[in-house]
Design a protein around this ligand. Structure first.
Ligand code: AHR
Length: 324
């Protein structure tokens, strides 16, 4: 039996609900054959997001989900409104990849106030305000700091020159992967005197913007010889910009990235990209398993961590057929 607080009062509380709930009174979830499940996607402008949404659709039937999936088209405000609408439609469970850490806090708090168990998938919110085990059940996802560190470690081990001049293409400003991938990489690089990050600018995780930003930064820093992109789409955009400018990615400039998309694996096979640290979008089966454990009354760990592989010239060809 679900305890639901009236939506009008939830809206009145809004974000001020932080700290009111305790771990002992997370909303329960009945064990039953079918569930109305909300999946509020943030955008669908890249292969990673499309693969994640497909993974939820592919899992729906076998997990007994009547899936309501939305697309916020890159707007945090719309993603919050999409969650509002799902709550009004009476979803049993919410799976939410929050576009940015702070603007999505109201969505988490409103679902909590409505008594809907919420699982954050692939990205998290500001956990100093909304906490796993209290305001949402759990975060299902990768260790983004570790991904940034592994990208830096690969660079440190494979850079052949004397001085590494790095341009960093950041993900969506205020998102957990952009914050953490930057921290992991920058902290590691700061310990190695050979490297300097001369520019770090957002490309919003998008190929086109990655290309445009790289074009501009290349003019300001023609001596750049390393690009670190927070995702593969921006890395591919950067490669396009570099080639247009007559540079030879893989020869006179190392490209280091994160995700493991098909285009990135092909770029590695073609010798244009050095490494991509995996960040898997295939969350459907994991979401099903964790939801069922929760419905069975198991206490769910605050962070269900996804383990990531690393793709280089040594193994990219072995994995391209399974890539997205
Ligand atoms: O949250 C994960 C990131 O979001 C992926 O690395 C990126 O490609 C996606 O848009």
């Amino acid at each position: 039996m679900k305890r639901r607080i009236l939506l009008s009062s939830a809206a009145a509380f809004g974000i001020a609900l932080a700290g009111m709930a305790s771990a002992s009174d997370l909303p329960p979830l009945e064990q039953k054959d079918s569930y109305t499940v909300g999946f509020a996607q943030m955008e669908s402008n890249n292969p990673w997001r499309i693969a994640e949404t497909k993974s939820f659709h592919d899992t729906a039937e076998s997990c007994g989900w009547n899936l309501i999936a939305t697309d916020a088209a890159g707007s945090a405000a719309k993603q919050v409104a999409d969650v509002d609408s799902m709550i009004a439609q009476g979803i049993d469970v919410l799976f939410l990849p929050p576009r940015e850490e702070k603007p999505l806090l109201p969505a988490v708090m409103k679902a909590r106030a409505a008594g809907i168990p919420t699982f954050l998938v692939d990205r998290s919110v500001d956990e100093s305000v909304a906490k796993p085990g209290e305001h949402f059940v759990s975060f299902l996802g990768s260790d983004f700091i570790d991904q940034g560190e592994r990208a830096a470690d690969w660079l440190a081990a494979n850079f052949k020159g004397e001085k590494g001049v790095i341009v960093e293409l950041e993900g969506t400003t205020g998102s957990s992967p952009a914050n953490d991938r930057k921290k992991g990489f920058d902290d590691r690089i700061a310990q190695d005197d050979r490297f300097e990050i001369v520019a770090s600018q957002t490309g919003d995780f998008a190929r086109d913007l990655g290309r445009q930003v790289m074009e501009t930064l290349l003019q300001a820093h023609p001596d750049v010889n390393v690009v670190y992109a927070h995702n593969d789409e921006m890395a591919i955009g950067a490669i396009q910009a570099l080639e247009l400018a007559g540079r030879k990615p893989g020869e006179d400039i190392l490209v280091v990235s994160i995700d493991g998309t098909r285009d990135a694996l092909q770029a590695i096979i073609d010798g244009k990209m050095g490494v991509t640290v995996e960040s898997s979008p295939f969350f459907g089966p994991l979401a099903c398993e964790v939801m069922k454990r929760y419905a069975a009354g198991e206490e769910i760990e605050p962070w269900v961590q996804v383990k990531d592989r690393i793709f280089t010239a040594d193994n990219a060809a072995d994995h391209i057929d399974e890539a997205y």
